[in-house]
Ligand binder design. Structure first.
Ligand code: FEO
Ligand code: CA
Ligand code: CA
Length: 647
C-alpha cells in the first residue's frame, strides 16, 4: 500500500517505535562491510559462515538444487528468458514481447451475472458495492480446482482489497462523510472470493455459489489466546469485519490468510479530551486517523467512544475459500500488529508463518506450530491456534535468532506488567520491544524458496542507515535473505545477508543495478516453483517519477524477476500511472500468472489529484473510457506460446 489515500504522504514512513532497539542499519554500521559482485550484494554469508559482507569470494549464496555449473554471479541467468521492458511513465501496462496481459475482475465487477452493474460515475450504493469486487486489489492466492490439467484452468481466486480511495469511490468525492458512505467504504474493503476458469482461451469469472465478499461489516470470530468473549474485544455490537487487508498467505490445509495492516488509520475522534494510551500510541492510533473520517458518521470508529473496537483489528484472518458460509476467524496466536502478510511454509509437518510489521523501525515475526498440522487437525484443533510467536533479532556477525513472545519468559513476566499470553499478543509490538527485537526499514512481504527454504524479506524503505549505502534515510529499500539453521524453518537460529540493494546508481553509487535494472521500494515478493524471485514495487506517490526523490529514471511502479543464484534482475512489467503492482499467484502449471494493479489514478505528486469533476486526472486505466474512472484490477499474464511465465 502506498497509504496515500487522498494525501501524498506515507504514514508508514513515520515510526511509532520508541524502544531504542538497535536498527538493522545500526547493526550493519558496526560491521566491516565490503560490497562485491553483481546486482546481488555478494555474500560468503551464511553458507561459508564468513559474515554477510565478509571477505570471502563473491557468491550470491545458496546455489539451489539445479546444480548448473555456470549459475554464478555475473553469468546470464538460465531462469530468466524474457526480454526486459524499459522503465515507463506512460498510463499503460507493459509486459515483455511474447506475453499478453488481460484485465480480470476490476473494481465494481458484480460477483454474479445478475448482480448490480458497476456505475462509472461512482454512484453505486453501499448495498451494490457489497455484491461487487472491492477496491484496491492487493494480496491474492489461486486455489486450483479439478484434477490434472484442469486445475491450471479452473480454480478459486481469493484477493484482498486493502483500502479505498474515497476520492474515486464516491460520486461526490470525499469532502462530505455520511453513514451511507462509511458503509460503502466498508463494503469496498476486505476480501473477494471468486471462482474463475479459462474458457476458449480466456480467463473469466464463473457464476458460482462460491463467489462472496468478506467486508468490513462481515461477522467474524476470534480464536487463540484473545478468543471470542475476551474482555478486550467487548466493543459495541458484534465483532465485524476485516480492514486494510494487505498481503496474504495460504495454508497447506487449503485456507486463505488475509492480513490486517494499517488498521489504526480508520479510527479517530472529535473528542479533544481523548488521549491515546501507551498501547494505542505504539500502534499509531490517534485523533485524526489516516483521513477516512469515518468516526464523523459512524460511532463504531470513534476511538474515544468505542476504544475496544480497535482491539478487534491487527490480526491475521483465516478464510475458507470453498465454504461460502464459513465465518472468517481471526487467529490471535499470530500476534497483533500491522501485518503485511502471512507467508506459510512447513517443516517436519509443523506450520511456520512469517509476517512483517510494515512501519518504519518495526520487526519481522515468525509463528511456529507446536505439533504437526495434520495431527492437530485430526484432533479437531486449528493449527494456527497452537504454536509460539517469535520476533527476529539480527546480529552484526550475520547470525540471527528468533526470540519467543511467551508470557512468563524473559522480560514478559507479571513483575514487568504482563498479565498473560493474551496481553502479550494484544500488545505484540511492546512485547517485541521488551525482548530486544531488531527494528527494520518497513518489513513488507516474505517469500520462501520452495526447496532451499531460504527466506527473502522486502524492506521497502525507511530511515535506515549504516555503511551499506547512503541510506540515512533509505529511500530505495533492500531485500534481506536468511537461511534457518539446518534449513529447518522451525529453527530458532539463522544466518542472514542482504540479497539486493534497490535504487538508481545515478543517485546512489553503492547500487550495483545497471541503468536498465533500476527500481526502488520493493514490496510484493514471491518465489515460483522454479525458483524465480518475483519483485513488485510500491514507490510512494510522493516520489514516483520525481528527480528530486531519485526516482525519475525508475518511472512507474513495476514488477521484476531475479535469479537468486546469479543475482540477475530483469524488469518484467510496468504499471499505469499512480498504481502499484501487488498480489501475485500462479496456476499450478505456471503458464498463467495473476497479478494486481492497485490504485491506478491515485493522487500522485507528479501527475495530479483526481476530483469528482475529473477522476481521470492521473490515470484512466484500464477502461480508458472518456467519462469513466480508473479501476484497480487483477491482470492475467500468459505467454503467447503457452510457455512458463518468466522463460
Ligand atoms: Fe500494504 Fe505494506 O503495504
Ligand atoms: Ca508498500
Ligand atoms: Ca504492500
Amino acid at each position: 500500500m502506498s497509504a496515500d489515500h487522498s494525501f501524498v504522504v506515507d504514514p508508514d514512513d513515520t515510526p511509532s517505535n520508541p524502544s531504542g532497539n538497535r536498527t538493522l542499519g545500526e547493526v550493519l554500521a558496526s560491521r566491516r562491510s565490503v560490497l562485491r559482485g553483481g546486482s546481488a550484494v555478494a555474500a560468503a554469508g551464511f553458507l561459508a559462515g564468513g559474515g554477510v559482507f565478509g571477505a570471502g569470494a563473491a557468491s550470491a549464496a545458496p546455489s539451489d538444487e539445479r546444480g548448473h555449473d555456470d549459475d554464478r554471479p555475473g553469468r546470464p541467468s538460465r531462469l530468466l528468458g524474457f526480454a526486459a521492458v524499459p522503465a515507463s511513465s506512460a498510463d499503460t501496462l507493459v509486459v515483455p514481447p511474447g506475453y499478453t496481459a488481460e484485465v480480470l475482475i476490476p473494481w465494481g465487477t458484480p460477483l454474479r451475472s445478475r448482480g448490480p452493474a458497476w456505475r462509472k460515475d461512482g454512484s453505486n450504493s453501499a448495498a451494490d458495492q457489497a455484491q461487487q469486487i472491492g477496491m484496491n486489489h492487493d494480496g491474492m492466492h489461486f486455489f486450483p480446482m479439478g484434477r490434472g490439467r484442469e486445475c491450471s484452468r479452473h480454480g478459486v481466486l481469493v484477493l484482498n482489497h486493502e483500502y479505498v480511495d474515497q476520492a474515486l469511490l464516491f460520486a461526490d468525492g470525499a469532502a462530505v462523510m455520511t453513514k451511507e458512505k462509511v458503509d460503502k467504504a466498508l463494503a469496498g474493503h476486505g476480501v473477494s472470493v471468486v471462482e474463475v476458469a479459462e474458457e476458449r482461451g480466456r480467463w473469466k469469472l464463473v457464476d458460482s455459489r462460491l463467489n462472496r465478499r468478506v467486508t468490513g461489516s462481515t461477522p467474524v470470530r476470534f480464536s487463540g489466546p484473545v478468543g471470542d468473549g475476551h474482555p478486550a474485544l467487548a466493543a459495541r455490537g458484534p465483532a465485524q469485519g476485516t480492514l486494510n487487508n494487505c498481503s496474504n498467505g495460504a495454508t497447506p490445509w487449503g485456507t486463505y490468510l488475509a492480513c490486517e495492516e494499517n488498521w489504526n488509520g480508520y479510527f479517530g475522534t472529535a473528542d479533544q479530551s481523548w488521549q491515546a494510551s501507551p498501547e494505542q500510541a505504539r500502534y499509531g492510533v490517534d485523533k485524526a486517523g489516516a483521513g477516512y473520517r469515518w468516526h464523523e458518521a459512524d460511532p463504531r470508529f470513534d476511538i474515544a467512544a468505542n476504544p475496544k473496537e480497535a482491539n478487534r483489528f491487527g490480526w491475521v484472518v483465516e478464510i475458507d475459500p470453498l465454504d461460502g458460509r464459513a465465518t472468517p476467524v481471526k487467529r490471535t496466536a499470530l500476534g497483533r500488529f500491522k501485518h503485511e502478510g502471512a507467508t506459510v511454509t512447513e517443516s517436519r509437518g509443523r506450520v511456520v508463518v512469517y509476517s512483517g510489521d510494515d512501519q518504519d523501525k518495526e520487526y519481522v515475526y515468525k509463528f511456529v506450530g507446536n505439533a504437526s498440522w495434520r495431527s492437530l487437525r485430526a484432533r479437531g484443533k486449528d493449527p494456527l491456534d497452537h504454536g509460539t510467536l517469535y520476533v527476529g533479532k539480527f546480529e552484526a556477525d550475520g547470525s540471527g535468532r528468533w526470540l519467543p513472545l511467551v508470557f512468563g519468559e524473559g522480560a514478559l513476566t507479571a513483575a514487568n506488567g504482563w498479565a498473560d499470553q493474551a496481553d502479550v499478543l494484544l500488545r505484540t509490538r511492546q512485547a517485541a520491544d521488551a525482548v530486544g527485537a531488531t527494528p527494520l526499514d518497513r518489513p513488507e512481504w516474505v517469500a520462501v524458496h520452495p526447496r532451499s527454504k531460504d527466506v527473502f524479506l522486502t524492506l521497502t524503505n525507511g530511515s535506515g542507515g549504516g555503511p551499506v549505502g547512503p541510506r540515512t534515510p533509505n529511500p530505495y529499500g533492500q531485500i534481506v535473505r536468511w537461511r534457518e539453521e539446518r534449513g529447518d524453518s522451525t529453527a530458532l537460529r539463522f544466518r542472514w545477508d542482504i540479497f539486493l540493494l534497490a535504487g538508481d546508481p545515478k543517485y546512489d553509487p553503492k547500487v550495483t543495478l545497471s541503468e536498465s535494472q533500476v527500481f526502488g521500494s520493493p514490496d510484493g515478493l514471491a518465489v515460483d516453483d522454479d525458483g524465480r524471485l518475483w519483485i513488485q514495487t510500491d514507490v510512494s506517490n510522493s516520489s514516483q517519477n520525481r528527480a528530486d526523490k531519485g526516482y525519475d529514471r525508475i518511472g512507474n511502479n513495476q514488477m521484476l524477476a531475479a535469479d537468486p543464484t546469479t543475482g540477475e534482475v530483469r524488469r518484467f512489467l510496468t504499471g499505469p500511472r499512480g498504481s502499484e503492482l501487488t498480489g501475485i499467484t500462479f496456476a499450478p502449471d505456471q503458464r498463467t500468472m495473476f497479478v494486481n494493479v492497485q490504485h491506478p489514478g491515485e493522487a500522485t505528486t507528479s501527475w495530479g489529484t483526481p476530483t469528482p469533476e475529473n477522476p481521470r486526472a492521473v490515470s484512466n486505466w484500464p477502461d480508458f473510457d472518456p467519462t469513466g474512472r480508473p479501476r484497480s484490477a487483477t491482470v492475467v499474464i500468459r505467454k503467447r506460446d503457452g510457455g512458463i511465465i518468466g522463460t
